[in-house]
Design a protein around this ligand. Structure first.
Ligand code: NAD
Ligand code: UGA
Length: 458
């Protein structure tokens, strides 16, 4: 037993819940408590119906919950009891005041720092798990260490790289774990404490230690690079559509170059998710605040291409459906921002739905996991949409199907049956390039995919 065996995580969301469940499952010698202000979320973590859908997560939680993994709303008690506090609260884009629409909203983050200070009764290591602007740790340290209690807080940056839908695999077998701390004896000691937790199951050579600012900036940079690859291939998809090149063939050809690599080259209706756009805009804001306008412009274009790609998708639908979708039933297959999650934050489907509603289309949405979140995203407009669990029911009587999430089950649908029940001419717009386009065309569909020559009967 070390002196650091009580772990607390503040924030029981998509990151806090799964990461702490994995630490608890792998480290039975540690007591891991996850707290949140959201009582319903904590109740769900303590139930058989977890608050997020993530393949394999139920088993991990079940292995540790009640043994050394606890979910609670007792934030004060949790802080008092903890040796190490991971902070995994949300850091959304600011919607007001200076930096609105760009900068990270750090109010939840700062509130947490002040809560830690108010309730701590002994020294602690505080770990930044949330994604934060570079140099946030400095502010955190100033708040925490400007105390009259004589307590010492060492701040460590340990950004999370998991992707939703594969979170359990990513946590169990991560490419790397990044741990940033000060280059001082105390900073190195704090880094080592965190490294030792992960070393229980992650090979030591995958534990990367760095200075604090490098760790903070690496997280924003990793997301910016990943998103940049998607915008790059999506920009090429538009060129493919007018030149008879095929974007999947181009992606395969360039991805076999070991310097480029094959991943994150899948052209799509546009990237979504709670982080790519938020983190790039945050990076853009930071660059501008340092006067680095060319750097800011460069990264901002990644977001601009993504928005253009989403808008282009609807423009293509409209142009190919004789310039009007008013009154036409259109079935959207998938609303989650990617497969294997119920998360819909920043999903391309939100913008596509809104644009189709603005054109007075009769939109029907189906998704195996995301219907509740989708309704919340659409707010007042949710009542204008028809909701169907069953994709066959969604497609019945439709003029068009648009695939917006790459759920595996959509590939295996009986499209002959679907075609028979649709209005003619029947259209498929495959925003994920997952269907067998040639087969659909032969069945009678007019098929429009991303980055491919349209297959149409007229
Ligand atoms: P989330 O919104 O799902 O969860 C955050 C939780 O923090 C919420 O449940 C909220 O109630 C809670 N919270 C806020 N203020 C609190 C307070 N003062 N005390 C206690 N609880 C509080 O967010 P998330 O998706 O888990 O993301 C968290 C952070 O991790 C963000 O910075 C995000 O950028 C980063 N991140 C997210 C992912 C992802 O896949 N979602 C991956 C890597 C990093
Ligand atoms: C992403 C990163 O992959 C994680 O490393 C990071 O931890 C996380 O953001 C975060 O900071 O929140 P996530 O957003 O969960 O993870 O999922 P991704 O697999 O990255 O997909 C993001 C979006 O890009 C999805 O809409 C997906 O469909 C789209 N995408 C992805 C493409 O359009 N093409 C691709 O080739 C890959």
């Amino acid at each position: 037993m070390s002196n650091y065996d009580h772990i607390l995580c503040i924030g029981a969301g998509y990151v806090g819940g799964p990461t702490m469940a994995m630490i608890a499952a792998k480290c039975p010698h540690l007591k891991v408590t996850v707290v949140d202000i959201n009582e319903a979320r904590i109740a769900a973590w303590n139930s058989d119906d977890l608050p997020i859908y993530e393949p394999g997560l139920d088993e991990v939680v079940r292995a540790a919950r009640g043994r050394n993994l606890f979910f609670s709303t007792d934030i004060e008690g949790g802080i008092r009891d903890a040796d190490v506090i991971f902070v995994s609260v949300n850091t959304p884009t600011k919607t007001f005041g200076q930096g609105a629409g760009r900068a990270a909203d750090l109010q939840y983050w700062e509130k947490t720092a002040r809560q830690i200070l108010a309730h701590a009764t002994r020294d602690k290591i505080v770990v930044e798990k949330s994604t934060l602007p570079v140099r946030t740790a400095q502010a955190m340290e100033r708040i925490l260490n400007g105390n009259a209690k004589g307590l010492r807080f060492d701040v460590v940056s340990n950004p999370e790289f998991l992707a939703e839908g594969t979170a359990v695999k990513d946590l169990e077998d991560p490419d790397r774990i990044l741990i940033g701390g000060h280059e001082t004896p105390e900073g190195r000691r704090a880094r080592r404490v965190i490294a030792d937790i992960y070393a229980t199951w992650v090979p030591r050579e995958r534990l990367i230690e760095s200075n604090l600012w490098s760790a903070e900036l690496s997280k924003l940079t990793a997301n910016a690079f990943l998103a940049q690859r998607i915008s790059s291939i999506n920009s090429i998809s538009a060129l493919c559509e007018v030149t008879e090149a095929d974007v999947d063939e181009v992606a395969y050809a360039i991805g076999t170059d070991s310097r480029i690599g094959p991943r994150f080259l899948k052209a799509s209706v546009g990237f979504g998710g709670s982080c790519f756009k938020k983190d790039i805009l945050n990076l853009v804001y930071i660059c501008r605040s340092y006067g680095l306008n060319e750097v800011a412009d460069y990264w901002e274009s990644v977001v601009a291409i993504n928005e253009w790609q989403q808008a282009r998708f609807v423009r293509n639908m409209l142009a190919n459906m004789f310039n009007t979708v008013a009154g036409k039933r259109i079935a959207l297959f998938g609303f989650a921002f990617k497969a294997d999650t119920g998360d819909t934050r920043e999903s391309a489907a939100i913008g596509v739905t809104r644009q189709l509603l603005a054109e007075h289309a009769r939109v029907v949405i189906t998704d195996p996991k995301a219907i509740e979140n989708a309704k919340a995203d659409l707010g007042d407009q949710a009542g204008l949409v028809e909701w169907q669990e069953d994709p066959y029911a969604a497609a019945a009587g439709a003029h068009a199907i648009a695939v917006l999430t790459e759920w595996k089950q959509y590939k295996d649908l009986d499209f002959g049956r679907i075609f028979a029940g649709m209005e003619k001419p029947a259209f498929v717009f495959d925003g994920r390039n997952i269907l067998d386009h040639q087969r659909l065309f032969e069945m009678g569909f007019n098929v429009f995919a991303i980055g491919k020559t349209p297959l149409k009967h007229f």
